[in-house]
Design a protein. Structure first.
Length: 217
């Protein structure tokens, strides 16, 4: 990974992507456009600290992500977290990327509302904004926490002026309402286990890969 020299903003979108689906691609594309970044770096995690280790290998999840992205110029599959032998902590990721891009380039860590709701259980979560902004996309059925340490932290760092945030390298939490597709990797895995079709839920190339390698059966 090369070092940025012109303060081009960078956006990160992590997840297990087990498997990647059209909802992931839709939100990543919309966020990239909203944040005006040249690329949205999608990072599959090898050892998610808050979930059981996926039965499908990290290499296979990365391969499906690469197939899903295809020739799109905005989305990029990034194997940064797959190079680790320990759990994938977001604080480690943003620290690594910050060192890569320098101190002045805006860095956006993109999360869903469901992830934000458990942020205070993450490793060194209160230090994330020392390295990046956090951009939160709405998710069906999830609401902003209203009390407790996480709610207070959000209130302290929230900024609704995206134009102002883009002029800073780090330090703010921003919420955006985007069109969300009602899709989940869990539902896809369950449908495969029941022998049901997953067409139109994930790109055809991913459907073919899953069938060829007999994943999730």
């Amino acid at each position: 990974m090369g070092r940025s020299v012109n303060n081009i903003p960078v956006a990160l979108f992590g997840g297990t992507f087990n498997p990647v689906h059209l909802g992931h691609l839709r939100i990543a594309t919309e966020l990239a456009k909203l944040l005006q970044v040249q690329s949205m770096r999608m990072l599959p995690c090898a050892f998610p600290p808050h979930r059981d280790k996926p039965a499908v290998s990290a290499e296979q999840r990365l391969a499906m992500l690469q197939l899903a992205i295809g020739e799109q110029s905005t989305l990029k599959a990034d194997n940064l977290e797959l190079q680790r032998t320990a759990p994938s902590y977001s604080i480690d990721t943003v620290q690594l990327v910050r060192r890569e891009i320098g101190a002045q380039a805006p860095l956006f860590l993109c999360l869903g509302m469901d992830s934000l709701a458990t942020l205070d259980s993450w490793q060194h979560w209160h230090k994330l904004l020392d390295h990046c902004h956090i951009v939160v996309a709405s998710r069906p059925g999830w609401q902003l926490p209203t009390q407790g340490i996480l709610a207070e932290w959000i209130a302290q760092h929230r900024c609704d002026d995206l134009a102002a945030i883009k002029k800073c390298a780090k330090g703010y939490v921003h919420f955006c309402d985007l069109i969300m597709l009602d899709l989940s990797s869990t539902n896809i895995r369950n449908r495969i286990e029941r022998g049901e079709s997953i067409n139109f839920m994930t790109p055809d190339a991913v459907v073919n890969y899953i069938q060829e390698h007999h994943l999730y059966e």
